[in-house]
Design a protein around this ligand. Structure first.
Ligand SMILES: [Mn+2]
Length: 246
């Protein structure tokens, strides 16, 4: 039987990551997939990178990982520069070495946003009121180049399993480390899960069919929120504590 633990959008939340890795260990899952946006944010980017570099992960990068290794130092926004200053050179190199998409175990295609863009939501239309499920045609159009029957994506931080009428399955495991946020680009919008619990997914194939288990775990979100406040991000602290964008 094929079994995978699928994580995404850890965002430097080492406390949530430890809770997820403990659960993965308890279940004896050997194959771990990470869909990117791994360290960016006001939490513990270096500790998160060190923890993950020691694991046999199948990993890809996300749009906010990319900011850390791609932009010239002089042109990077202050928030990006703050995170980069806290990362060891080898952590930045490790992020830069991750591909933007990957294939795992023949049937799984991995992307952070869509196959073509790490900053486009595959499954949601984003608005000031949150993410709503995208039309099936719009999702299928984004996946025209993908041959695999299962697509794993992240980026929106909203756990979902979507089935297309061509038989394909798209799974977003949600976010390990950040259950709500607001963003200004491409237009002001927000995402929220409604609880601060860490999230990841377990995919298993049995009898020729894939099952998805969405795992929702308590962890020390007060510690993560304290770290955000210490680093001057009260907005992150509220998102972390409440799983709500405001
Ligand atoms: Mn992202």
């Amino acid at each position: 039987m094929d079994r995978y633990a699928v994580m995404s959008d850890i965002h430097g939340n080492i406390w949530a990551l430890e809770a997820v890795l403990e659960d993965i260990g308890r279940r004896g899952l050997k194959h771990i997939i990470n869909l990117g946006d791994t360290v960016y944010g006001p939490l513990e980017p270096q500790a998160t990178a060190e923890r993950l570099m020691a694991l046999p992960l199948i990993g890809i990068s996300g749009n906010e990982d990319r900011l850390l290794f791609e932009k010239a130092v002089a042109s990077a926004p202050a928030a990006v520069e703050r995170v980069r200053k806290r990362l060891a050179r080898e952590s930045v190199d490790w992020l830069a070495a991750q591909p933007t998409t990957a294939v795992a175990g023949k049937e799984l295609f991995l992307c952070h946003g869509t196959p073509a863009s790490d900053e486009t939501y595959l499954l949601e239309r984003a608005s000031a009121r949150g993410g709503t499920l995208n039309d099936a045609d719009a999702i299928r159009a984004q996946l025209a180049s993908v041959a695999q029957p299962v697509v794993l994506c992240g980026h929106s931080h909203i756990p979902r399993a979507v089935h297309l009428n061509d038989g394909r399955l798209i799974v977003n495991p949600g976010s390990v480390g950040l259950q709500a946020y607001t963003d200004d680009a491409p237009e002001p919008h927000m995402m929220e899960c409604g609880s601060p619990h860490a999230r990841y997914a377990v995919l298993s194939k049995a009898g020729g069919r894939w099952s998805i288990e969405e795992v929702i775990l308590p962890y020390a979100w007060d510690k993560a929120a304290d770290a955000a406040r210490r680093n001057g991000r009260n907005d992150w602290a509220v998102w972390l504590e409440r799983g709500r964008a405001a």
